[in-house]
Design a protein. Structure first.
Lengths: 263, 310
């Protein structure tokens, strides 16, 4: 019976791949409008900071020039935002408005396959977005090849991490407007207080532990280490944090979201 | 034994306090077309969704749901790989064109690219969408979209095709085309399961019809038997109440059944001559003498008034 079943439907990796493939086809359909902004956004950021702000910021931060400090942080925030948008608004629209999942779940994939496929796709977008930022940073000589080439991989796991969080949030959300709380209440504070714009060490002592709890801090630390080739044993802790986060939050997200798809 | 492809015994499903399906049992024979009729909220869609694992039934000791030898609660993948599903809504990807919509779904079935191309060409031809292959979804009419969704459900050459209201909101031409295609598929060995609100559709293409109401099976038989066994052969429909009153005063024969609704009164009888004689006594009232049909049976089984779920 078992071997018979296996011939009936594709193996797990193909089922995940077909979900990923669907998203990739839809995303690349509008290549210009979807593919250009990831390059333009860091360009605007760096232009704004480089032309205006950097003149006033002469101090180094964690031993980096300000533009280097900020640039290496942006590698991760772009991955964070793209995964978060994809798995909140994107997922919710596919689930509730476009009914895309209805169609997909009629094909031989399980709800679990579908949700894990979403996460892998969000990770891929994170990889692409941090790669786009990397291109800009490299062109302007802010980070240097070749070791910085590993940074999109950190972008991938960062996006996977935020995808699990975003999906967990989505599993609770009743109307699409509720996502505003997530973006304004969680992601925006993380952007400012996770060592992207300034070092965590500059935060008041009683706030610093909070910065350690939120996920972005750990991604930024890894990305900066990869770009500057300055490694220390503490980074292992950051990596473990991310992997545990993905595993635990991912488990809850899949479980809760599945209940919304299969009732 | 082998010619039964779906067996459902004592199937129950509740959503919170609401009992969507109560103790439903039925069997579907291979290569037949099995139709579910019922008012909105009767539980038809829930039954469909349960068969391919989209809905989980309440588990009881003596319940059984079996599709091609598999229980959907345990092996949804095997069932889905043997089936095609057309849901109520046209969930196509608007960003992609017709052929791309089919392509992304072909991936789910793990078909080789050569087989995919052949199958897509065949299906576009079969549903008369050949010249629309490169069209964007929003350029398609409602009927084309519906045909495309059905084509998409046939990519894997399914042995079972599940259709939830396949022709709702379509014009008669498209509806007849879809019926023709479904008959053709049935002849080629596809078992078809569908829900519909169109009695004509059930009568035209279904070999067996199950009428549901509030989660329960009300009737189950072939369309012709449903009419023959459950309702008188002829109906006299009379509009206007005054004319009926004069008829009633002069006395109605005992074997004529009267069914009054707000504006229309229906007199049922096995004898057409008897009804014709009654019609002749009507002065100036509008009337219509016709054969009884599935809709009469349906309304008898499920009632004329609306319930809270409709």
């Amino acid at each position: 019976m078992k071997s018979n079943d296996e011939r009936l439907y594709p193996p797990l990796w193909r089922r995940l791949y077909s979900v990923w493939y669907r998203h990739m086809r839809v995303y690349t359909k509008n290549l210009l409008s979807n593919g250009l902004p990831p390059f333009l956004e860091p360009l605007l950021f760096l232009a704004g900071v480089g032309l205006g702000l950097s003149k006033y910021i002469t101090e180094t931060m964690d031993g980096l020039k300000y533009i280097e400090f900020l640039g290496t942080g942006l590698l991760m925030t772009s991955a964070m935002f793209t995964a978060s948008f994809e798995c909140t608004f994107g997922t919710f629209i596919r689930l509730e408005f476009e009914k895309v999942y209805d169609g997909m779940l009629a094909a031989p994939i399980t709800a679990n396959n579908l949700i894990v496929g979403e996460i892998i796709w969000a990770g891929t977008k994170g990889l692409f977005f941090s790669f786009a930022v990397l291109c800009i940073l490299t062109v302007f000589g802010i980070v240097h090849l070749p070791y910085s080439l590993f940074v999109p991989l950190i972008g991938f796991i960062t996006a996977v991490m935020f995808a699990t969080l975003a999906l967990l949030i989505t599993s609770f959300v009743k109307t699409i407007n509720h996502f505003n709380f997530f973006f304004t209440g969680l992601l925006s504070p993380m952007f400012f207080f996770s060592g992207v714009v300034f070092p965590i060490g500059n935060l008041p002592k009683y706030i610093q532990p909070f910065a350690e709890v939120v996920p972005l801090t750990h991604s930024v630390r890894l990305a900066r280490a990869v770009c500057t080739c300055r490694y220390n044993i503490g980074l292992l802790g950051d990596l473990i944090y991310i992997l545990l986060f993905i595993f635990i939050i991912g488990l809850f997200a899949v479980k809760r979201l599945k209940k919304r798809m299969i009732n | 034994m082998s010619d039964i492809v779906i067996t459902v015994n004592n199937f129950n499903k509740s959503f919170g306090k609401l009992r969507a399906v109560c103790d439903l049992s039925f069997e579907v024979k291979a290569d037949s077309c099995f139709g579910f009729l019922g008012p909105n909220g009767a539980g038809k869609t829930t039954v469909m969704k349960t068969l391919y694992g989209r809905c989980l039934r309440d588990r009881n000791a003596d319940d059984r749901v079996n599709v091609f030898g598999y229980d959907p609660a345990e092996n949804e993948l095997a069932i889905k790989s043997l089936s095609g599903v057309v849901q109520q809504e046209n969930n196509l990807d608007d960003e992609l064109n017709v052929i791309q919509n089919l392509h992304i779904y072909a991936k789910f079935y793990g078909l080789s690219s050569k087989a995919v191309k052949k199958q897509i060409d065949y299906l576009l031809e079969f549903f008369e969408l050949g010249d629309k292959a490169k069209s964007r979804i929003r350029e398609l009419s409602g009927g084309m979209k519906r045909r495309l969704v059905i084509a998409r459900a046939l990519l894997n050459n399914p042995k079972l095709l599940i259709l939830d209201e396949p022709t709702t909101g379509l014009d008669p031409q498209v509806r007849h085309l879809i019926w023709d295609k479904l008959r053709q598929l049935k002849r080629q060995g596809t078992t078809i399961l569908l829900t519909t609100h169109y009695m004509e559709e059930a009568f035209q293409i279904c070999d067996e019809v199950l009428i549901m109401h509030q989660g329960k099976k009300m009737m189950h038989d072939t369309p012709l038997n449903l009419i023959e066994k459950n309702i008188e052969s002829y109906v006299l429909e009379i509009t206007g109440i005054e004319s009926l009153e004069s008829l009633e005063q002069s006395g109605l024969p005992g074997n004529v059944r009267v069914d009054k609704s707000q504006q229309v009164t229906r007199l049922y009888s096995e004898d057409t001559e008897q009804l014709r004689a009654l019609a002749n006594k009507l002065e100036g009232a509008q009337y219509y003498l016709r054969q009884a049909n599935l809709e009469d049976v349906f309304l008898k089984a499920t009632g004329k008034g609306l319930n809270e779920k409709q």
